[in-house]
Design a protein around this ligand. Structure first.
Ligand code: PLP
Length: 371
């Protein structure tokens, strides 16, 4: 998409709001009601929130006993699941988003990752056999840096055999691959609106089968007492609408352009290392390293051409650090600090893809003699 002449190819960091979602959000911003008030305006606000919850429930095929709790972000939903489940032990993976990795747990074990970017199921089974502690397994459904789809169905099956609960951060999966909460069978599922055409600052936690959770934000008892605070009405309404507009089949077509990027770059630069390409991946994401050319060099060259890509996960400090995901996949420091992530989205055009390819190749021509 062009925003002030920018070529925006960083959709895994945040994807622009879809126009119809923006329209509904703007309209709702003018609405005065507090959903906890009993007068008409309050009741209308409540109705709008419940409609949004229903839209999400339909899009996700949640079951009758599943609860959707709106939060301020996926980060908050991850905190609610990990801390609120109150388990004695948490098994998580080395490739999780910091909102899982950095959340304190009394007894946390990190699962190793295989070279293809999927978590090591044998290691998980080994950890679960004979365990007696109440355990929560938290593994993301899709990795935000590589786009690799994790074997959550197998993880849920292992968890059931060994009496553990499962949380999955499905932020990068919603709208990108089919997501059916009942089929998935996880106990907690985290989602974020701004990764699928909704606004920033709203997320949710799906709690399956009314599993007990201790609220982490207390006060006014909103959200069935699971998350206090006046609801972000406009954000929640927009989230529900974005869920209605999910188009997985349309999204999957981006794979053609992702493949075009990878094939063209690799033909010019055979030393390019593409991550996760031997595992199942979502269609829009390419993470690769050009050993010898730092992420900064590549990012700055592309930024000067008005192209927004990233070196992996968005970093709050704005600094470029080696990707912990690539390191977990066995990448060297040199590789992990020379990586670039391109993530396409619902409004990407082929002209933008071609511009990215042309500018990256120009950058490569300038640096190749020094590699
Ligand atoms: N989990 C994953 C996999 C993400 O990609 C992100 C965002 O980068 C988050 C969680 C955090 O989402 P939010 O910005 O809604 O807190």
């Amino acid at each position: 998409m062009s925003i002030s002449n920018l070529t925006y190819l960083d959709h895994n960091a945040t994807t622009p709001m879809k126009p119809a979602v923006r329209d509904i959000m703007l309209e709702t911003l003018d609405f005065p009601g507090n959903a906890s008030a009993i007068h008409k305006a309050g009741r209308d606000a409540r109705r709008r929130i419940e409609e949004s919850r229903q839209q999400l429930a339909t899009a996700l095929n949640t079951g009758a006993r599943d609860v959707i709790v709106f939060t301020s972000s996926a980060t908050e939903a991850n905190n609610l699941a990990l801390l609120g489940a109150g388990m004695e032990r948490v098994i998580t993976s080395s490739i999780e988003h910091p909102s899982v990795l950095n959340v304190a747990a009394p007894n946390k074990t990190l699962l190793p990752t295989l070279h293809d970017g999927t978590v090591d199921l044998n290691a998980l089974e080994h950890l679960l056999v004979g365990q007696t502690e109440q355990t929560l397994i938290s593994v993301m459904l899709v990795n935000n840096e590589t786009g690799v789809i994790q074997p959550i169905y197998k993880i849920v099956a292992l968890a059931r055999t060994h009496g553990a609960l499962v949380h999955t951060d499905a932020v990068q999966a919603f709208g990108k691959i089919p997501l059916d909460v009942q089929k998935l069978g996880a106990d907690f599922i985290t989602l974020s609106a701004h990764k699928m055409g909704g606004p920033q600052g709203v997320g949710c936690l799906v709690i399956a089968n009314c599993v007990a959770v201790t609220p982490q934000i207390r006060g006014g008892n909103q959200e069935k007492n699971l998350r206090s605070g006046t609801e972000n009405l406009a954000g929640i309404v927009a989230f529900g609408h974005a869920a209605r507009l999910v188009d997985v089949a349309g999204f999957e077509k981006l794979g053609l352009w992702r493949d075009k990027i990878e094939t063209t770059l690799k033909a010019a630069a055979p030393m390019l290392k593409i991550y996760g390409d031997t595992a199942p991946r979502i269609a829009n994401t390419s993470m690769f390293a050009l050993p010898g050319a730092s992420s900064e060099t590549q990012l700055i060259a592309l930024d000067l051409a008005g192209i927004c890509v990233s070196n992996g996960s968005a970093c709050s400090s704005g600094t470029v650090k080696p990707s912990h995901v690539l390191k977990a996949m066995g990448a060297s420091d040199a590789e992990a600090t020379s990586s670039l992530r391109v993530s396409l989205g619902w409004n990407t055009t082929e002209a933008e893809v071609d511009l990215f390819i042309a500018k990256w190749l120009e950058m490569f021509e300038r640096v190749k003699s020094r590699l």
